[in-house]
Design a protein around this ligand. Structure first.
Ligand code: FAD
Length: 576
């Protein structure tokens, strides 16, 4: 409400700086939005839908989800505005490489305005943070992150017909004392640059004359909290940086360097195949890194990190020179506030349905790390499904009746297909035989329920990865592009509860595998079809996949150039 009051004050304000802002905006690219606003002092950016004849789409965020949505959206059908405090897209999988100078920060970012230019400038971009979403008036309230000393107010609002929330997540400290004050995070490009400078600082401090050996050892103790893919990759990068490059320029402190990975679970990389997880642990051990599994961090001070051993409850403290906190993600305040308004306040993460629509809110979609698909259980609808399938109202389903609905069931409830795969039943007819047996001709509701009862156990939430975010962005843009066509000719599965068909097919995630770079030109990978690959050849696969996945030829050249430079000259240790 504070923001709303603030904004209504702003809307009443008709001051000169606003006029200047209008002029500046127009001269820098003809932003019609301001020209059409009702009064000079009105900071709401309103495009009249009747004049444009296009629905207004507002996108929050220029990360994986937002950019993938924008790249594939048919902008001739929509009036698109993008709000993000970050005026570039960052290729996050290469952030760990930026921490050690393997690639430069500028090589992994693409300016948003370059992308807009490619779309003939038909998308408006506002460098600002969304502070509040008001789903009732269909408005968002924003504050520009541009230098406060420049003239003009930084606050404005936008109206939308459709809102796409793709503002990612923030670091999660689990309220652990001292983490915010004393740890580094690895979420943004600036974080990676800060880590790079701190690593160099630790070495420069450790070689100063007059320090005791213990002090040198403390300064050169690098601790990574979190043994997930990001933490492990950073540890591996750091190890390579230290032992390939830094020990050559700081030989006197070589023996004082220590890298520790702390993991609360029993293994690092525990979301990967067991073989990868144990390969990583063995490699880290061979490289001289310490892996402390089963330790929960209780607090972090500027000098020490305090933990509890999970098995024995024993308290353990270790000194550190630098701590990088990499333990997962949490919900951003603007999303939390929005969740409270739409009765999702008790949830940890914003719930969306299989069409990526925010539950309990019309015309708002959410993608990527900021939301999770709250998949519907097949057992919740089992009676409606049975009723819809039992065309002759006989109280039993024949083989034909079952066959008629099973395809729709598998599309609407993807867990059913996963269940079939887990039982190695690849054809619908195999499933029918499994349910009916070879002789049985009909099933009643109880038998039908028991056939599908185990399917919901296959439901898992999607991981917070770039792969999921990018696929969701692409899926949603396709839905937007086909909106008119699908309103007339729905393409989705049948609606078992209310009748008719869904307009679109629900979102289906295709897992294309994942990499875990482990340093020393070795990478482990989980590839589609449950393949596991580890070693140097996988590192080359990693290079080629990551080069091909760059969002532009410019970044592709820069990244490959950086890798080549690193091979020839090593990493740069300057503190800039
Ligand atoms: P983001 O990419 O985080 O983008 C969010 C956007 O929203 C940003 O532009 C941000 O500025 C903007 N924003 C934030 N707040 C607001 C606001 N209030 N208003 C408007 N805009 C806002 N995934 C993989 O699949 N493979 C990997 O190898 C991999 N490696 C990773 C390594 C690191 C170091 C990190 C941090 C992540 C990695 N990930 C990886 C995960 C991946 O980066 C995320 O899952 C992905 O970025 C999520 O995309 P997103 O669009 O939801 O959010």
């Amino acid at each position: 409400m504070k923001y709303l009051a603030n904004f209504s004050r702003i809307l009443r304000d008709n001051s000169a700086p606003t006029k200047l802002l209008v002029l500046c905006s127009l001269s820098s690219g003809g932003l019609i939005a301001y020209a059409e606003s009702p009064s000079d002092g009105d900071r709401s950016v309103t495009k009249n839908p009747k004049e444009t004849q296009k629905k207004r789409v507002v996108v929050l965020g220029t990360g994986w989800a937002g950019i993938s949505f924008l790249k594939n959206l048919d902008i001739s059908s929509y009036d698109v505005q993008v709000v993000s405090p970050r005026n570039y897209f960052a290729f996050t999988p290469l952030l760990p490489s930026v921490t050690c100078g393997t690639v430069e920060a500028r090589s992994i970012v693409e300016p948003v305005r370059n992308m807009i230019k490619k779309r003939n400038g038909e998308v408006s971009y506002w460098e600002a943070e969304c502070l509040k979403i008001d789903p009732v008036s269909k408005q968002i309230f924003c504050r520009s992150s541009v230098d406060e000393n420049l003239v003009g107010n930084n606050d404005f609002s936008l109206e939308y017909d459709f809102l796409v929330i793709a503002c990612g997540a923030q670091v999660n400290t689990f309220n652990t004392p001292g983490v915010l004050e004393n740890c580094h995070f690895l979420k943004e490009v600036e974080d990676a640059q800060r880590i790079r400078r701190t690593v160099i600082d630790c070495f420069e401090k450790a070689i100063l004359p007059g320090l005791t050996d213990d002090e040198r050892r403390t300064n050169l103790h690098f601790v990574i909290v979190g043994g997930g893919p990001t933490g492990v990759e950073f540890a591996a990068e750091l190890h390579d940086f230290v032992y390939d490059d830094l020990v050559k320029i700081y030989p006197s402190v070589k023996d004082f360097v220590n890298i520790t990975v702390i993991q609360s679970g029993d293994h690092i990389l525990n979301t990967f195949d067991e073989r990868i997880s144990s390969f990583a642990e063995q490699k880290f051990q061979r490289d001289g890194m310490e892996v402390l599994t089963g330790h929960r961090v209780m607090s972090v001070s500027d000098r020490t990190i305090n933990m509890k051993k999970k098995i024995s409850g024993e308290d353990v403290s270790i000194p550190h020179g630098m701590v990088v906190w990499s333990t997962g993600v949490g919900t951003r305040p603007v999303v939390k506030d929005f969740m409270e308004q739409i009765d999702q306040g008790t949830r940890r993460i914003l719930a969306i349905d299989e069409w990526l629509r925010v539950k309990g809110c019309e015309d708002v979609f959410a993608l990527g790390d900021c939301a999770t698909v709250d998949q519907r259980k097949v057992m919740e609808d089992i009676s409606s499904i049975f009723k819809a399938a039992d065309k002759d109202n006989s109280g039993t389903l024949t083989m034909e009746e079952f066959q008629d609905v099973i395809e729709d069931i598998m599309i609407r409830y993807p867990q059913v297909e996963l269940y079939l795969k887990s039982k190695h039943l690849f054809e619908v007819t195999d499933f029918l035989k499994d349910v009916y047996g070879n002789d049985k001709k009909e099933v009643n509701i109880e038998e039908f329920k028991s056939a599908l009862s185990l399917c919901d156990k296959q439901m898992k939430s999607l991981p917070a990865t770039a792969q999921v975010a990018a696929q969701q962005g692409m899926y949603l843009s396709r839905c937007f592009n086909m909106r008119k066509q699908c309103e007339q000719h729905p393409e989705g599965p049948r609606k078992f509860r209310s009748g008719g068909r869904h307009e679109f097919l629900p979102f289906q995630y295709r897992h294309l595998g994942q990499f875990a770079p482990l340093g020393g030109e070795q990478t482990a990978a989980e590839l589609p079809g449950d393949w596991v690959s580890m070693g140097r050849s996988t590192q080359w696969l990693w290079y080629s996949v990551y080069a091909s996945k760059q969002v532009s030829w410019r970044t592709r050249f820069l990244v490959v150039g950086d890798w080549t430079r690193r091979f020839v000259f090593g990493r740069d240790s300057s503190r800039i």
